[in-house]
Design a protein around this ligand. Structure first.
Ligand code: BTX
Length: 329
C-alpha cells in the first residue's frame, strides 16, 4: 500500500476529529514537510482537507472522481466491495473480473472502470462505455445456488438498478425482460450475467452493470443515438457517479440478502412492478424462430411467461429476445 493510500486511510478513519501531524508522521514514518506535500497532492485530486495549527488535519470532502478510496468513503456495506479494483481505462471490466475470479477473488469483489474500450453486451454485442459518463462495473459473486438459478440474479440486479434510478430521479424506469432498463422507450442500462459452473455448482458469477449517467445526446455514440438515453438526459441534471455506485452496491447487498432468505418470489413481485409491457403483445425471437405472443409476466423461477397468439398456449422461455410490434409503440 502506498504512503498516499495509507494517509487517506488514516484520515478516513478519523472523519469526525482532527488527526495531528505528529501522529501521522509517526504512523507513516515520514517527515512533517512530506505530509504537507502529500496533502497538497490530495487537494489537487479534489480532496478538501482542513488543516488547523495545533490540532491537525481532517478530510472535509472526497473527490467526485472514482477510486478505491473515494468509493469506500461512506460506503455502508457488510461484504460487497470490500475489495475494489478500479481502472481508469480497460477493455472490459468483465474480462478483468473473470481473471480475478479464476485467481480466487472473493465474493463481493468489484471491478469498475472510468472507460471501457471493448465493453460487451450479450451475444458479443458492443456496449459503448464513454469516459467518466457512466457506471461500468462488474460484481464477482460466489453464490451457493445451482447454475439454473443464475438468471434470477440478472432479474434481481435489474430491480436493484430500477429502485436506485427511481429513488434518485423520481422517474419510473421499466425493465424489459430480461435485462434492460428502459425510460421513455430508450435503453438507459444493461446487465450482462456470466457464469462459470460445474454440473450442479456455481463456481462464480459475474454481474456486469452498464448504466448511462452523464451523457448528452451529443456524447452518446451515433450507433445508439436514437435508442439510448442517460440519467442526465432524462432528469436534466448531472449526477455524482461515485454516489450512485455506492447506492447501487448498498441496494444490491440488501436485495441479495433478502433473496437468499426468502427466495425468488420477493424479487418477482418487485420485478413485475417495473415489468415492461406486461399484458401486451410482443414479438419473440430465438436463434432460429420468431413468433408473436402476449407477455404474461415472469414465472416463480424467473422464466418468461408468454401466451402464444396462434394456439393460445402458455409457454415459458429462459432465453430469447423480446420486442414489440410497431402498432404498440
Ligand atoms: P445487450 O446485448 O442487451 O445490449 C447491447 C446493445 O445495446 C447493443 O447492440 C447496442 O444496440 C445497445 N447499446 C450499446 N451500448 C449502449 C449504451 N451505452 N446504452 C444503451 N444502449 C447501448 C446489455 O447487453 C448488457 C450490457 C452490460 C455492460 C456492462 S458494463 C460493465 C460490464 N463490462 C462489460 O464489458 N459489459 C458489462
Amino acid at each position: 500500500q502506498s504512503t498516499r493510500n495509507k494517509l487517506i486511510e488514516i484520515l478516513s478513519n478519523n472523519q469526525e476529529t482532527y488527526i495531528s501531524g505528529q501522529l501521522i508522521s509517526e504512523r507513516l514514518n515520514i517527515s512533517r514537510s512530506a505530509i504537507w506535500k502529500h496533502m497538497r497532492e490530495l487537494e489537487k485530486d479534489g480532496y478538501v482537507i482542513e488543516g488547523k495549527p495545533k490540532r491537525g488535519y481532517r478530510i472535509l470532502e472526497f473527490p467526485k472522481k472514482i477510486s478505491e478510496n473515494t468509493l469506500k468513503w461512506g460506503l455502508e456495506t457488510e461484504w460487497i466491495a470490500k475489495t475494489i479494483i478500479h481502472k481508469p481505462e480497460t477493455t472490459s471490466t468483465q474480462h478483468i473480473a473473470h481473471q480475478l475470479a479464476q485467481e480466487g477473488a472473493s465474493h463481493g469483489t468489484i471491478v469498475i472502470a472510468d472507460e471501457q474500450t471493448k465493453g460487451k453486451g450479450r451475444m458479443n454485442r458492443k456496449w459503448h462505455s464513454s469516459k467518466n459518463e457512466g457506471i461500468w462495473m462488474s460484481i464477482i459473486l460466489r453464490p451457493a445456488i445451482p447454475p439454473h438459478k443464475a438468471p434470477q440474479l440478472t432479474l434481481l440486479t435489474a430491480t436493484v438498478l430500477a429502485d436506485v434510478i427511481m429513488k434518485e430521479t423520481n422517474i419510473k424506469p421499466y425493465i424489459k425482460w430480461p435485462n434492460d432498463i428502459i425510460i421513455h422507450n430508450k435503453k438507459m442500462s444493461g446487465i450482462l450475467t456470466e457464469m462459470q459452473a460445474e454440473q450442479d455448482q456455481v463456481q462464480y458469477i459475474i454481474i456486469g452493470i452498464g448504466m448511462n449517467v452523464n451523457q448528452d445526446i451529443k456524447s452518446l455514440h451515433k450507433e445508439i443515438h436514437t435508442k439510448a438515453t442517460s440519467l442526465k438526459m432524462e432528469a436534466d441534471k448531472e449526477f455524482d457517479i461515485r454516489y450512485l455506485v455506492q447506492k447501487i452496491l448498498q441496494q444490491f447487498e440488501k436485495t441479495y440478502e433478502l433473496y437468499l432468505q426468502k427466495g425468488f418470489p420477493v424479487i418477482k413481485t418487485k420485478w413485475e412492478s417495473y415489468g415492461f409491457r406486461i399484458g401486451e403483445k410482443i414479438l419473440i425471437k430465438t436463434m432460429n424462430h420468431e413468433w408473436k405472443a402476449t407477455f404474461s409476466g415472469i414465472d416463480h423461477d424467473g422464466g418468461l411467461l408468454v401466451r402464444n397468439l396462434d394456439d393460445g398456449k402458455m409457454e415459458k422461455l429462459y432465453s430469447a429476445e423480446i420486442d414489440w410490434f410497431r402498432e404498440n409503440s
